[in-house]
Design a binder for this molecule. Structure first.
Ligand code: AMP
Length: 176
């Protein structure tokens, strides 16, 4: 399934540190029809258009922005620490490699708003779960989460589903 897209994703071994197989979506982005097909297929998986797409910095912005346009909805940015100029809410979380914090403008999401979370890849799910917590903390209804790539061996998609979020992904890579 989506083998055409999988072929457009490059793997770089030992980046950013030894033992990590980095799944590089920049090669998918370079391919116009491939990038377009990825957005078409992410959009096709959306049952009911949300009020907002939430894109996770940085690669989630690329797919999130394109998907929001395709769905005819707005985009809320979940950014790294100290990037947003207004009042923010934030969550610290553990990464596959390292630790991080994401923040969102406190007034960006109306209570009860239906929000679809988007990123390029789900690994352990730490980033996406932090996003869900942030959005739910603002009163949003997280109706789903969409990723280009799933690393099922790391269990993130399963963890996200266990927290009550419908997850859609286009391609899977076994191992890390
Ligand atoms: P996680 O929080 O473990 O689900 O990691 C997901 C985030 O880290 C996403 O924003 C990805 O872009 C990035 N990431 C984690 N592992 C990889 C990987 N093997 N290749 C590319 N990006 C990754």
């Amino acid at each position: 399934m989506n083998d055409d897209l999988k072929l457009l994703i490059r793997t770089i071994a030992d980046y950013p540190k030894p033992g990590i197989q980095f799944r590089d979506i920049t090669t998918l982005l370079l391919d116009g029809p491939g990038f377009g097909a990825a957005i078409d297929r992410m959009a096709a998986a959306v049952r009911e258009p949300p009020a907002l797409v939430a894109g996770i910095e940085a690669r989630g912005f690329i797919f999130g922005a394109a998907l929001a346009q395709r769905l005819g909805c707005g985009l809320v940015l979940l950014r790294k620490q100290n990037k947003l100029p207004g009042r923010v809410a934030g969550i610290n979380y553990a990464l596959e490699y390292g630790e991080d914090r994401i923040e969102m403008h406190s007034d960006a999401v109306a209570p009860g708003a239906r929000v679809l979370l988007v990123d390029d890849l789900i690994a352990t799910g730490g980033t996406a779960l932090a996003g869900v917590e942030l959005l739910r903390g603002a009163g949003a209804h997280v109706v789903g989460a969409s990723f280009v790539i799933d690393l099922p061996g790391l269990g993130g998609a399963a963890r996200l589903r266990a927290s009550g979020v419908a997850v859609d992904t286009l391609v899977e890579f076994e191992g890390e």
